[in-house]
Design a protein around this ligand. Structure first.
Ligand code: SAH
Length: 222
């Protein structure tokens, strides 16, 4: 009986209809970029969360992934991806805060190359497993403190930070191409999503977008 129930739940979760409902909701929430929407529809979110939570995988909520961290809600993954793309193809993207690798997998569909940095080693291992399962071969993960970015691989077309920073790290600004975009939540109690565009070698344009809720960007590795 239990077995039948769980396999039925599995069918429900992965069914096209469940994912289509998620896409309809994202459109209603204002996501317009069809490239992002099709990337999201191609990535099964339920494989990134523990089986006990997978029933909720297509709800628009963040969920725990262990180590006090969370998988971002689909809306924020879509919103940040849309901001990074700005309707242009991406060549090389850097993500800070791999977590379980869900956003990374979405990025792998919208960018030629993706580099993602995570400070908690077991999460790097977990994400690596998920990304391998999904055959995301254009992704490289690194166990490191992402505050410094990846200077050896810079510059990047776009940088996404999926943990809230108290300030915008200068190292990340330095690692953008001219015309490149950084999307980063900034703040402690009250966090606001920021978009920073590199206008020239020395000029950046900063736009404050909407309130968000992320785990904090910490220093060091564990
Ligand atoms: N991108 C994830 C969200 C993960 S939550 C998703 O798709 O759901 C944020 C992650 O940022 C956590 O795993 C946390 O460990 C990581 N993180 C926090 N500070 C960091 C830092 N300085 N460098 C790298 N990763 C960091």
């Amino acid at each position: 009986m239990a077995l039948i129930r769980s396999s039925q739940a599995g069918i429900g979760m992965t069914s096209l209809r469940t994912r289509e409902r998620m896409l309809t909701r994202l459109r209603e929430q204002g996501i317009k970029d069809e490239v992002v929407l099709s990337a999201i529809s191609a990535i099964p979110r339920h494989i990134f969360v523990d089986e006990a939570l997978s029933i909720r995988a297509y709800e628009d909520v963040s969920l725990p992934i262990g180590f006090g961290q969370t998988i971002s809600q689909p809306y924020i993954v879509a919103r940040m991806s849309e901001l990074l793309r700005n309707d242009q193809p991406l060549q090389k993207v850097l993500e800070i805060g791999t977590g379980c690798g869900y956003q990374t997998a979405v990025l792998s569909k919208i960018s030629k190359e993706v580099y993602s940095v995570e400070r908690i080693r077991p999460l790097v291992m977990k994400a690596r497993g998920h990304l391998r399962e999904l055959k995301c071969i254009n992704v490289k993960l690194d166990h490191a403190d992402g505050n410094m970015g990846l200077p050896q691989l810079a510059p990047f077309d776009a940088i996404i930070v999926t943990a809230a920073a108290s300030h915008i790290p200068q190292d990340l600004l330095d690692q953008l191409v001219i015309g490149g975009r950084l999307v980063i939540p900034v703040g402690t109690d009250e966090q606001v999503l920021h978009l920073v565009e590199r206008i020239s070698q020395a000029e950046y344009r900063q736009t404050k977008l909407e309130p968000v809720k992320f785990v904090p960007l910490l220093g060091g590795t564990s």
